[in-house]
Design a protein around this ligand. Structure first.
Ligand SMILES: [Zn+2]
Ligand SMILES: [Zn+2]
Length: 260
């Protein structure tokens, strides 16, 4: 079985057919999924979906795009929701300098510091978003790393050297359908992550893997990404399924699916 560790099923593009999307995932052996929120409003929807569907878990946090001018109450709400049923992580949080006009860097840094502290106080892993912010992001994460901080650098697209530094700092790494894109070369990065730190994700509705590129992404496409992982790492897709599931289960403390 597979676990899609990152899919934004709260998007309204799933409103019409969410049940079918999850049924297709299950048929494709993608038996559990994690929905990371991007702010408090999307957390509310993610949390509703997680209470409705047994296979769905969620994370609470504020995405770097949405950190402009946040008040203390926002962080207090994140921390309060960290105790909710079905919350398995703080996320997604991080830095995004590609869309730096959406939130000033200073606000992004402040939100990242505060949410890393929340994760440590609540003993939860973090889900980290990074776009064009390699250096500052890792520096801030390392500042908070006292041996207890753990989490996932999602949608990894930086250099192999950066992957090694992220691993060294104690984090897991996942890739999306972007590994299958012709113009993207993440093969070396895929090879440097050891078996016990590798995760898999779709980042739905974005990053749709080949051959569905351009269409809405969904968790049932995880096996396509796994096949690519397997071909680059020279192992069977079943091995990728086993290790990424074990890693996700232990990082996020997910139970076995009840009908396993
Ligand atoms: Zn992200
Ligand atoms: Zn995301």
């Amino acid at each position: 079985m597979f676990i899609d560790t990152h899919c934004h099923l709260f998007w309204d593009s799933y409103d019409e057919d969410l049940g079918e999307v999850l049924a297709r995932a299950s048929l494709a052996n993608v038996r559990q999924v994690i929905i990371p929120a991007t702010d408090l409003a999307t957390y509310k929807r993610a949390s509703e979906i997680a209470s409705e569907f047994e296979a769905v878990y969620c994370a609470v946090g504020i995405h770097p795009h949405d950190t402009a001018g946040l008040e203390d109450e926002a962080f207090e709400a994140v921390e309060a929701h960290a105790a909710d049923a079905n919350v398995v992580a703080i996320g997604e949080i991080g830095l995004d300098y590609y869309y730096a006009d959406k939130s000033p860097k200073q606000d992004q840094h402040n939100a990242l510091h505060r949410q890393l502290e929340i994760a440590k106080r609540c003993d939860l892993p973090v889900i980290i978003h990074n776009r064009d912010s390699d250096e500052d992001l890792l520096a801030i994460c390392k500042e908070h790393q006292d041996g207890s901080l753990r989490g996932q650098f999602h949608c990894f697209s930086s250099s192999p050297e950066y992957a090694e530094q992220v691993l060294e700092a104690g984090f897991h790494i996942s890739f999306t359908g972007n590994v299958t894109f012709k113009k993207t070369d993440l093969d070396e990065q895929l090879r440097v992550v050891p078996d016990d730190r590798l995760l898999i994700e779709t980042d739905s509705p974005f990053m749709t893997p080949v051959p569905y590129r351009g269409k809405r992404n969904e968790p049932s496409y995880v096996p396509l990404i796994a096949e690519y992982y397997a071909s680059i790492r020279g192992v069977a897709p079943e091995h990728i399924a086993r290790i990424t599931t074990e890693n996700a289960r232990s990082l996020y403390h997910l139970p076995e699916p009840s009908d396993a």
